[in-house]
Design a protein around this ligand. Structure first.
Ligand code: ADP
Ligand code: GLC
Length: 495
């Protein structure tokens, strides 16, 4: 099947979070299933630098963009970069300038990206390739299902699959944007693009795609309820028959301690000896006291409200004060959380090691060198770090929400006995619940001479969260004939 996979980031080209991991590894997994899948991403400077075997192709006649065709580094996956210099050739990250402020023209930039995807979907860009499915990801691609809507365009088009990676980022813009983007006025109502007097790119995807998916079964349920629906639960309930939760997979070629290039010593479930050396290396790298016996707790992530770094600080402070733990953190994001994390490191020298910023090798070193991995996310659509930490023999401590609830089995006495436990989970998302989970985890760690700790580690390492099952689930969805939805009685205006 010919599948065009569209995303605003992909690991190997440009990455700010888990969306990039999935946008590289899912298409690669589909390709291994002999599907003709091709990836389309904006031509940011970093993506241009990283693309393998690049060559330039003209875009459609009169279009202000061209295509840079190449391959995802280290793979044979075809990539089309949309080279629209006015929108994408700038320093900073895909969504914001170096000062952390969103680019003021993000609506125009990603509407432009959407129009380019539409041109590729209709084979108007001279590629001589027409996809049968277009798989869109998150708000940056949300306008595509609308722009391809046959009820408006009057032309047949590939079926569209829209995946929600994170409902917290909706692509909301002022009402005047509708006009600026030349979108018809009849889309301005709550059943189309309007979201509380703002224009929502995410909603365009949710309303107009043939199929909607999200990245774990539990998150698929949660977002249909007011408490977690971020104001879109009604829209999602209306689409519940077409809404599927498919768990993300892990690319174990990048994330496995037996072949990881970034860590000090490689190890596996059969030979755990190297784990201690990775702990010492991490302690050294982050300026922690080198001590094999003190439990070292790790965290990697975007420093935003979602990830619960503030809960982590509060629950760990008494343990740090008592000299019971060490902390290793890497992350960047909100300035207040970055400052608070820096302050914690200054308050506990030798016990807290922090790197504020984005550092891929350090993320791997924390997965390998820590004894426990902390993920107290308030919500988590899927989460990849806990899956990595399972493979690295670093039991995760997670808030039982979204994908975290679907992937970590709590070390209750029962699950420890029957050998199914893989980590520690807690609820609600409070400092005291996290504190209690940490106490349980540290208790088991301290008593590790009884063998249960090592058993827990091995259980986690032997889990298989590779792409096999998930890529098959996506393929089954692609293959499913999706009946045309009848949404409106009134004929809509053409696009
Ligand atoms: P999210 O997509 O919400 O950020 P995930 O757990 O799905 O969360 O994925 C996060 C990905 O980004 C992981 O691959 C993680 O290692 C990586 N990551 C996040 N922050 C950093 C950082 N500061 N340095 C290196 N890698 C990071
Ligand atoms: C989002 C979510 C994260 C998920 C990732 C990839 O960024 O926050 O939970 O794992 O997308 O789907």
């Amino acid at each position: 099947m010919r599948i065009l996979f569209a995303s605003s980031e992909a690991y190997g080209l440009v990455k700010t979070g888990g969306l990039a991991d999935v946008s590289a590894s899912l298409p690669a997994a589909l390709r291994r299933r002999r599907q003709d899948v091709r990836l389309v991403v904006p031509a940011y400077p970093e993506a241009c630098r990283n693309l393998a075997n690049a060559s330039v192709r003209p875009g459609p006649e009169d279009a202000p963009w061209q295509i840079i065709e190449g391959q995802l580094p280290g793979t044979r996956l075809t990539v089309y970069l949309i080279d629209w210099p006015e929108y994408f050739q700038r320093a900073g990250n895909p969504y914001s300038a170096s000062n952390g402020m969103d680019w003021p023209d993000n609506a125009q930039r990603f509407a432009g990206f959407a129009r380019a995807i539409v041109a590729l979907a209709r084979d108007e860009a001279g590629l001589d390739w027409t996809p049968e499915r277009v798989h869109l990801n998150d708000w940056q691609t949300g306008l595509v299902p609308l722009l391809l809507d046959p009820e408006r365009t009057g032309v047949e088009r590939p079926h569209t699959i829209f995946t929600i990676h994170n409902l917290a980022y909706q692509g909301l813009f002022p009402a005047s944007t509708l006009n600026e983007l030349n979108l018809p006025a009849d889309l301005w109502h709550p059943e189309a693009l309007e979201f509380h007097d703002q224009l929502s790119f995410m909603k365009a995807g949710l309303v107009f795609a043939d199929v909607v998916t999200t990245v774990s079964p539990t998150y698929a349920q949660e977002i249909q309820k007011p408490a977690s629906g971020m104001g879109l639960d009604g829209v999602l309930r209306a689409r519940s028959a077409d809404l599927h939760g498919i768990l993300n997979g892990v690319d174990y070629r990048d994330w496995d301690p037996s072949r990881d290039r970034h860590i000090a010593v490689r190890y596996s479930a059969d030979d755990l000896a190297g784990k201690a050396a990775n702990k010492a290396a991490l302690q050294t790298r982050l300026g922690l006291d080198v001590n094999p016996d003190i439990p070292l707790l790790g965290h990697v992530g975007r420093m935003v409200e979602q990830k619960g770094v503030d809960l982590l600080h509060a629950a760990c402070t008494p343990l740090l004060e008592a000299g019971h733990i060490q902390l290793a953190l890497v992350g960047s994001g909100q300035k207040d959380l970055e400052h608070a994390t820096g302050a914690l490191a200054r308050a506990y020298p030798g016990r807290v090691g922090v790197h504020i910023g984005y550092d891929e090798p350090l993320a791997h070193q924390i997965e390998a060198g820590a004894d426990l991995f902390l993920m107290p996310s308030r919500f988590e659509p899927c989460g990849l770090n806990q899956l990595y930490s399972l493979r690295y023999g670093t039991p995760p401590v997670v808030h039982a929400t979204g994908g975290l609830a679907d992937t970590v089995v709590d070390a209750t006495p029962e699950y420890l006995d029957d050998g199914s436990a893989t980590g520690f989970s807690f609820t609600p998302d409070s400092v005291s619940a996290l504190g209690q989970a940490l106490e349980r985890a540290l208790g088991l760690y301290t008593a590790r001479a009884d063998g249960r700790w090592e058993q827990l580690i091995r259980n986690g390492m032997n889990q298989d969260f590779g792409w096999t099952a998930s890529a098959d689930a996506y393929l089954a969805l692609y293959r499913q004939q999706v009946p045309r939805r009848t949404r409106r009685a009134k004929a809509p205006s053409a696009l």
